[in-house]
Design a protein around this ligand. Sequence first.
Ligand SMILES: Nc1ncnc2c1ncn2[C@@H]1O[C@H](COP(=O)(O)OP(=O)(O)OP(=O)(O)O)[C@@H](O)[C@H]1O
Length: 362
Amino acid sequence: MTTDTTTKTTAPTPTGETVLDARGVTMRFGGLTAVRSVDLTVNSGEIVGLIGPNGAGKTTFFNCLTGLYIPTEGEVRYKGTVLPPKSFKVTAAGIARTFQNIRLFNNMTVLENVLVGRHTRTKEGLWSALLRGPGFHKAEAASRERAMELLEFIGLAGKAEHLARNLPYGEQRKLEIARALASEPGLLLLDEPTAGMNPQETRAAEELIFAIRDQGIAVLVIEHDMRFIMNLCDRVAVLVQGEKLIEGDSATVQSDERVIAAYLGEPFEGEPGEAEAAEVAEAEAAAEAAAAAERGTDSTEEPTDATAEADDSSETEADDSADDEDENDTDAPDPAQDDAPEPTTDADNDADKASGSGKEND
Ligand SMILES: Nc1ncnc2c1ncn2[C@@H]1O[C@H](COP(=O)(O)OP(=O)(O)OP(=O)(O)O)[C@@H](O)[C@H]1O
């Protein structure tokens, strides 16, 4: 894992207040512990990375921070106050996020998408909006002005009136960030912000995140692109099988053998879940020994011709059934369809996951 650190801009020393303080966050789905007792802090002025292999629990942890899931155990504080387990209240408190799969309003304009993000900061109520009184017009003008500022900031002001669905992929991702910023957060959570981007777009995303940090917004980012994360982050935490394996600066994390092993899929001493794996291995060995004992003397006998024939015929059957499977495969849906790119909006795993047992009860 080598990274290019030459392009890193000078980050302000992260000596600020603790913005996010997650303690002992655990999330269970039935028998599966997706996140186990994770502690993580993010300070103002910091960009913190959250990495880990697929299924490590990163998005689940994000969902626990943003009120989409209610953690089975643990506590999440934002600027010292325990967060309510409701997404919109978390946003109102000052945490904004983007999603792994883009969630934009396709048929709304770029500007309207950002305006939607401002609703937690708009004080005008329903009656004011319906009657369209002076208070409403003033608030609306202020919101539009701020939304345009944000579009200027991310470089999309010239496309304010374009439909979101007509933007190229990289710009849709930027627009999601602008919409998140519209809620004026103190902490921005980015879930795989460069997924599907080309190297130029990734580089631009990196610059944008530095600029966001420079505006005083703390950033917590999930990403699989190691070069991007190591170049960007002041601190990186690594999740493996739901547990935090290590946390430290880029150099420390990328040289840690356990991290390398986790990414390469090699077991290492003290690996989370190792005890469970050892238990399973032990049980398997015991079952095998018992089966061998049961076979006892039979195993010493030479196989008869009949058994040899039976073995042959079973092999033939197996071959036949394999052939059958092959035939069935022709009726199976085209696997290429499974690999088709996901729609850029709303078709999000998170929505599916949100229907799980940990979803907030609205
Ligand atoms: N709602 C849910 N119900 C049941 N299991 C879930 C739910 N959400 C997540 N999981 C499981 O929790 C584990 C962690 O998933 P999660 O999506 O958080 O991992 P991740 O680190 O974000 O993975 P990736 O990098 O692939 O996005 C996985 O085994 C996943 O199947």
